[in-house]
Design a protein around this ligand. Structure first.
Ligand code: DON
Length: 297
């Protein structure tokens, strides 16, 4: 028998308040004491459902469809309340879509290896450097500016975001280009493209390309194993060899006795490789470390 007057979008406040008050009205709260287990459970479950809606539906109505009327309707809220179970907390994942907070935007380098039907090969790596580059979009053009200044040595001995150090050779100077690690590569055999390869990965790029080539040529591995098998990376400083988590433990143990230090880390590179045999047949591999793919026309 009360009317609630409160704040509309773009505050979620009024809508959440209406949702929560309506949902608890489906139980007889007045039977319980304030802060009793029953009252707290009912009120928490109303909060859970309302705040899940906040995450999914609410925002500035100048930009998104204003769903307030639907969200505060009894039809909607009663169906939302059906999953209330006084015996157990409702898992939050059951009342709203949880976006994985650990999902990280990758650092911004991309590689593509291409072979056309005439046997022409192209290997291209392009980079914004860090996450969203400098986080500045060029108005009207639709692309980000990079933060490539980090590829310079900003101060002797100070590591950049990939832990690379440098001195005079790569210091910042007018009109100078920063030192990249990009390694778009074509291996020729008898003058013809044999391996087209490259990867993102900052300072791990050269090591990934090098190991992938060695895996094919020296270890006679299939292109797929050459790309996807565990990789390792060392870059002088830090004085540590980084290895992927699935690296053979036995090798690590033996080398540790010879004073090597290892550190496990996430995927090294996302190598895109095409290997072309003597008959011109190509095998293309997209690294399974990423969401990369192979396309054949
Ligand atoms: O040119 C370079 O070496 C760096 N800008 C590459 C950065 C990179 O690969 C980040 N992505 N994974």
């Amino acid at each position: 028998d009360h009317q609630i007057v409160s704040m509309p979008m773009p505050s979620s406040g009024g809508t959440l308040l209406a949702q929560m008050l309506k949902m608890v009205s489906y139980e007889d709260l007045s039977k319980y004491q304030m802060n009793s287990e029953e009252a707290v459970q009912i009120m928490v479950e109303a909060e859970r459902r309302a705040y899940a809606d906040r995450a999914e539906y609410m925002g500035d109505p100048d930009f998104i469809e204003d769903k307030t009327q639907m969200l505060i309707s009894n039809d909607y809220l009663k169906s939302r309340w059906k999953s209330f179970d006084k015996n157990t907390a409702t898992p939050s994942k059951d009342v709203g879509k949880i976006i994985n907070p650990n999902q990280k935007e990758s650092t911004e380098t991309t590689h593509i290896s291409i072979l056309d039907k005439f046997g022409n090969a192209v290997s291209v790596t392009t980079t914004l450097n860090g996450l969203y580059g400098s986080k500045t979009v060029v108005s009207g053009a639709g692309f980000f500016l990079n933060n490539e200044m980090d590829d310079f040595s900003v101060k002797p001995g100070v590591p950049n975001m990939f832990g690379a150090v440098g001195g005079e050779a790569n210091k910042i100077e007018p009109n100078k280009r920063m030192l990249s690690s990009m390694t778009p590569t074509i291996v020729l055999k008898n003058g013809k493209p044999y391996i087209v390869v490259g990867t993102p990965g900052g300072t791990t790029i050269p090591t990934s390309v090098y190991q992938s080539i060695v895996n094919v040529i020296d270890f006679k591995m299939t292109p797929s194993s050459a790309v996807n098998s565990a990789k390792f990376h060392h870059q002088w400083l830090p004085e540590v060899v980084f290895v992927e988590k699935n690296f053979p433990e036995n090798t690590l143990k033996i080398l540790e006795q010879k004073n090597y230090k290892f550190e496990k880390r996430g995927g090294i590179g996302r190598t895109e490789m095409i290997v072309i045999d003597e008959n011109g047949n190509a095998t293309a591999v997209a690294d399974s470390r990423g969401d990369d793919s192979v396309a054949v026309e």
